[in-house]
Design a protein around this ligand. Sequence first.
Ligand code: GDP
Ligand code: IMO
Ligand code: MG
Length: 428
Amino acid sequence: MPGIVLVGAQWGDEGKGKATDLMGRDVDYVVKFNGGNNAGHTVVIAGQTYALHLLPSGILTPGVTPVIGNGVVVDLEVLFQELAALENRGIDISRLVLSSNAHLIPSYNRTMDKVTERFLGKRQIGTTGRGIGPTYADKMERVGLRVQDLFDSSILRQKVEGALMRKNHLLVKVYNRRAISVNEVVDELESFADQVRPLVADTALLLNKALDDGATVLFEGGQATMLDVDHGTYPFVTSSNATAGGACTGTGVGPKRIDRVVAVIKAYATRVGAGPFVTELDDADGERLRDVGHEYGVTTGRPRRCGWYDAPVARYAARINGVTDFVLTKLDVLTGWDRLPVCVAYDVGGTIHSDLPASQTDIHHARPVYEYLPGWDEEISRVRSFKQLPPNAQTYIKAIEEMSGARISVIGVGPSRDAIIQRHPLIP
Ligand code: GDP
Ligand code: IMO
Ligand code: MG
């Protein structure tokens, strides 16, 4: 009865969608446990590119049951648009199950996300503007709306009234926007109720029973370790727990049922939005990583900030998530450099930190300490075994494996489903 958690080790966009797709053939359920349509996963299958935001990437694999867990925040308009687009491309969407406890993203929270960002000015987070932060804030403040509220008209209206009472004051008096009426919100949400009803279940019960029956369940994280609200570079983070613990709270499956924790990590580093990024490059190398790696956001199209591999971040991710296996993606992007810098520690005003400093201020002031590994020129995108890799690429993998706190079980050498080198099986 394996339960496998998959998370991002860095700042997102490591290739989690591809890794999920890779495992999809051997799993019965793929469960999204955190975040919402701030995620953007690209999966390339037989030359066809799919971009997923809210749906678990496992929806692309025939036979898999995709599940949206209680920890997710759901924009219903996006949900049905994404489902319709997949159906038009011949994907079977009939198995999707949605937790009755998942929270809804009402339109007023998309507005709140944008106006609060504008208000922060220079202290902006650079959010995706999808209403994620305000919806999780409502959940914690206990004024959120849940999927099940769609089926109780009077409760839904009471909750929307309660939430808008304060939000309208803010919108009108602080942010200089128009007030939102209870009716427009209730009408919009209720217009989806009939479509939502057949998808809804007690997903915690469903998943626990499935594990009892010997099914294989993959818990697919959105975002990543360094964007986790508790363990990331706060406040430059997303508003959910994107680390492995989030798989339990975000689905209602206990920690003893998790057998493996797989973290996806790029052979270099990227970040979208604001916040510290110690190995960031503002030079031609950074531009080259962006060009060769096609580092532009799937959700917002923003250019991603690029930098070298950061081993302290990898070790931190290994520790915080209890990583058993890394999937290292985009090794092919590093082809053609004479030498490859790898950050082995941080220098904060002359003090060397081999682990991430506990103080956020230190992280902001840290400078990378680099070790230089020899590069390779050979094209590697058709390589399918470790031994066929150029010797310097093998050395690069072994060196970062040694530094990063868990074995590297899969290596990505291209965007397509089959462009991988498998060293160890990910599923026990
Ligand atoms: P996610 O958010 O973690 O699912 O990752 P994204 O889909 O946002 O970004 C990862 C990008 O890298 C996508 O465009 C993938 O198609 C691509 N990709 C994944 N693995 C590899 C790889 O090994 N090599 C190359 N060149 N591209 C990859
Ligand atoms: P995937 O799942 C990369 C970033 C945003 C912003 C911060 C907060 O594709 O890896 P939010 O809208 O979540 O409140 O924005 O988090 N961010 C991501 N960056 N990949 C993602 O998802 C992200 N989801 C959010 O850019 O800096
Ligand atoms: Mg992404």
